[in-house]
Design a protein around this ligand. Structure first.
Ligand SMILES: OC[C@H]1O[C@H](O[C@H]2O[C@H](CO)[C@@H](O)[C@H](O)[C@H]2O)[C@H](O)[C@@H](O)[C@@H]1O
Length: 441
């Protein structure tokens, strides 16, 4: 119907942004200024703000900033196109130049046992063309990034990577899940393991898997599917070392999604307390990769604290991977009413339940009985929470649940049927991915 639950259609008054903020780097902040000048200089047509925060420096930051400030400007802040192009050429390396092509070590044009059930010759030929795309999308981070990390917004990663492509010139968290499913079909186990190793490295370095491997993505994660990647690879290859390496990282990631601002308590009709998780980015400014457009949207809001809250919602929606959808809006025709931090999403909680079940299986594999026991309990508790908070008998679906906005992780909300969002989203069916909900047991 295009409406959100009535109780949630208005934000609480006097609400202002209170969440944590992870600062970005001086280079990202500077590149946002360059981005703004580029927009004033080149105009809106075909303008991609992300291109400018993906540039790397040729000289050190202070020299570049000085040259930037010396550029002659007119009243609107624009620079003449030749002057700006010359400045860009002299001081920056092109976006994506710090990721270099890398031949995947395990690619063969037609792998043994490739899609055995696909017999139709035309479909097979097409599937092999798709398979060949791995070569186009395979990269490694250039040595220049670890030599001078302060020159780059690209983050160093230990192993080769597969990127989504086009304007997405870096590794993304949840894209990697489908990449790995494809790599397993292509029998490229080495490449699949390298991707997982990079994601584990991000957990070891930052405490969670970043949205993507860029300095401007360090304030949020993305749908947590690492356990599913590791478990799929293990089931195909039996690689015990990979499981041993991944398990401690997965425990850390589980802690990230079940503590602080990500954690919310809800008491059901029968007085039982449940803990579920939400998306919540640690950022309350425009997203650097979309700064110019985020500011245009925020200009409709009146005061600084409303803007900060809106910027937090934008970044949190980016954390969900569903950027953007009416699913997250109080008023589906007003973009500034994004309110994902006031929603307990069905899909996120299913991904975390899957993480808990995968941790149980992996802990069993390595013989860590304490972890098996504790995560069986966590999975059981989340299954009950999902049944109590999200399930809607009448619709026969699991529905997102709206909480009062400004809810902290210590408070406990009383469950109300009217806070379930009755609209049909693909995410309402994500529970069927998991056997627990699928088998009717
Ligand atoms: O395929 C990569 C991802 O692309 C989209 O999101 C990314 O781009 C946004 C704007 O440039 C950025 O703010 C966001 O944080 C990025 O993840 C897409 O919505 C994602 O689902 C996808 O993983």
């Amino acid at each position: 119907s295009g409406t959100v639950p009535k109780a949630m259609s208005k934000p609480a008054t006097g609400n202002f942004d209170r969440g944590p903020v992870i600062p970005t780097t001086p280079l990202v902040t500077f590149l946002e200024h360059v981005q703004e000048t580029a927009l004033a200089t080149f105009g809106q047509k075909d303008f991609d703000p992300k291109l400018y925060v993906d540039l790397s420096l040729k000289s050190n930051l202070s020299t570049t900033v000085t040259a930037f400030h010396k550029l002659p400007r007119n009243a609107t802040g624009s620079v003449s196109i030749p002057d700006f192009k010359e400045f860009m050429h002299e001081y920056f390396d092109g976006a994506g130049n710090d990721l270099v092509y890398a031949e995947p070590p395990d690619f063969v044009p037609e792998p043994d046992g490739f899609l055995p059930k696909v017999k139709n010759p035309q479909v097979r030929a097409w599937a092999l063309e798709v398979h060949a795309l791995w070569k186009n999308l395979s990269r490694r981070v250039s040595c220049s990034v670890s030599e001078r990390p302060e020159f780059h917004t690209l983050l160093p990663l230990p192993g080769p990577v597969v990127i989504p492509g086009s304007r997405f010139r870096e590794v993304y968290y949840w894209d990697s899940y489908w990449v790995i499913r494809g790599l397993l079909a292509s029998k490229m186990y080495k490449t699949a393991k390298a991707i997982v190793t990079n994601l584990i490295y991000l957990i070891d370095t930052y405490g969670y898997v970043l949205n993507g491997a860029r300095a401007y993505y360090t304030n949020r994660s993305q749908p947590p599917l690492l356990s599913a990647m590791v478990y799929d690879i293990y089931n195909r290859t039996g690689d015990l070392d990979l499981v041993k390496k991944a398990l401690p990282a997965l425990l850390k990631e589980h802690q990230f999604w079940n503590s602080g601002i990500h954690k919310v308590n809800v008491q059901d009709n029968r007085g039982r307390n449940h803990t579920l998780s939400r998306y919540y980015a640690m950022w309350n400014k425009p997203r650097p990769e979309s700064s110019t457009t985020d500011k245009v949207h925020a200009s409709k809001l009146l005061n600084a604290s409303e803007k900060e809250q809106f910027y937090r919602e934008l970044a949190s929606v980016a954390e969900s991977g569903w950027d953007f959808s009416t699913r997250w809006m109080r008023n589906t025709s007003d973009f500034t009413t994004l309110a994902i931090t006031s929603i307990l999403p069905v899909d996120l909680n299913i991904f975390i339940l899957k993480m808990e079940l995968d941790i149980v299986s992996m802990a069993q594999i390595v013989g860590d009985n304490k972890t098996v026991e504790s995560f069986l309990k966590s999975a059981q508790a989340r299954k009950e929470a999902i049944d109590s908070v999200f399930w809607n008998e009448e619709n026969g679906q699991w529905l997102d649940y709206w909480i009062s906005n400004g809810t902290g992780s210590q408070e406990c909300q009383r469950w109300k049927a009217s806070n379930q969002n009755n609209n049909a989203f693909a995410s309402n069916f994500v529970p069927i991915w998991i056997d627990l909900f699928n088998s009717g047991l």
